[in-house]
Ligand binder design. Structure first.
Ligand code: C5P
Length: 300
């Protein structure tokens, strides 16, 4: 018996960041959107515990930790411990979400693993318990369970769905080399010594979402981590400019970066922007959102 669960990458349409809390995390007010770049996690019956990862050509396999500290290992141990069951399954992760790219690929894998193993082990964990376990694993993991578009607060782990009936089209340009999220937050602290204790609300973005108009949304996109990511990776500024000169309504860094995102008017416009960017950048992806959170796609 095996289950395959698909979990989406996230982007942050609004990412407001405050001064670090006592626990070192930063308070966030963010609007997440789940987009159609997904990882698939397959969990099959097995007497022991094994974990494998497959990646497309353009992802560096060495960049994905497969043992010990992998979020999938941690998710499995946490779920097994919560129910007092033994850790036994053969798990494989098929990645298409950029690694260390600011799109919460590791968090998607953890969310998918929780759902797949819950099914495989027939645990019937409640939604509230799954969300609590997800929050223990990482700030973005609860959102990977919920998907769609959602307001994130706390350190990002408190998620509340937001109505978002439009399909928005994005061009995604991953970077060969990842950025470390803690390093980007540290640079944010250096660049923003006067950050507020609580970031302001995401009013403008939520209002823009309601219009269904990509031109309005483009004007409301906001990422407080972008200056820090650009400070660490100045080359990304040229890429953002190139996209905007070639039909994108707006370019922005995704989360803590270095993946860059471009909002396009519609699907055709997204394909045109992607074609132009792919003349200079090896991997350029077109996707849309919002899409569903972690869900079973195959029972075998
Ligand atoms: O929660 P997660 O494990 O994904 O966070 C990774 C790192 O990113 C944290 O250790 C912390 O350095 C930084 N972070 C933060 N504030 C947040 C979320 C993440 O400082 N709200």
């Amino acid at each position: 018996m095996s289950f395959t669960v698909r979990a989406p990458a996230k982007i942050n349409l609004h990412l407001g960041v405050g001064a670090p809390r006592e626990d070192g995390f930063h308070p966030l007010v963010t609007v997440y959107q789940a987009v159609g770049l997904c990882d698939d996690v397959t969990a099959s019956r097995s007497p022991g515990w094994t974990l494998g990862v497959t990646v497309p050509d353009w992802i560096d396999a060495d960049a994905v930790p497969v043992t010990g500290d992998n979020l999938v290992d941690r998710a499995a141990r946490l779920l097994a411990g919560h129910h007092g069951v033994e850790l036994h399954a053969a798990v494989s992760v098929a990645k298409t979400i950029p690694v260390a790219g600011g799109m919460a690929g590791g968090s998607a894998d953890a969310a998918a693993a929780l759902v797949a193993l819950d099914r495989l082990w027939e645990l019937e964990t409640s939604d509230d318990d799954l969300l609590a376990l997800a929050a223990e694993l990482g700030s973005d993991v609860p959102f990977a369970l919920v998907g769609g578009t959602a307001l994130g607060t706390g350190r990002g782990e408190l998620v509340e769905p937001v109505r978002d009936p439009t399909t928005w089209w994005w061009v995604v340009v991953p970077s060969g080399e990842g950025l470390s999220t803690p390093e980007v937050y540290r640079r944010f602290d250096e660049l923003t010594p006067d950050a507020p204790a609580e970031p302001g609300p995401a009013k403008a973005l939520l209002k823009a979402l309601g219009t269904g108009d990509p031109v309005v949304l483009a004007g409301a996109l906001h990422n407080d981590l972008e200056p820090a990511a650009l400070d660490l990776r100045p080359d990304l500024s040229d890429l953002l400019e190139l996209g905007e000169q070639n039909g994108a309504l707006r370019g922005m860094v995704s989360g803590s970066g270095p993946t860059c995102l471009f909002l396009a008017e519609d699907a055709d416009a997204a394909r045109e922007v992607a074609a132009r960017l792919s003349e200079d950048h090896g991997v350029v992806l077109v996707t849309n959102g919002p899409v569903a959170g972690a869900h079973v796609v195959t029972y075998a």
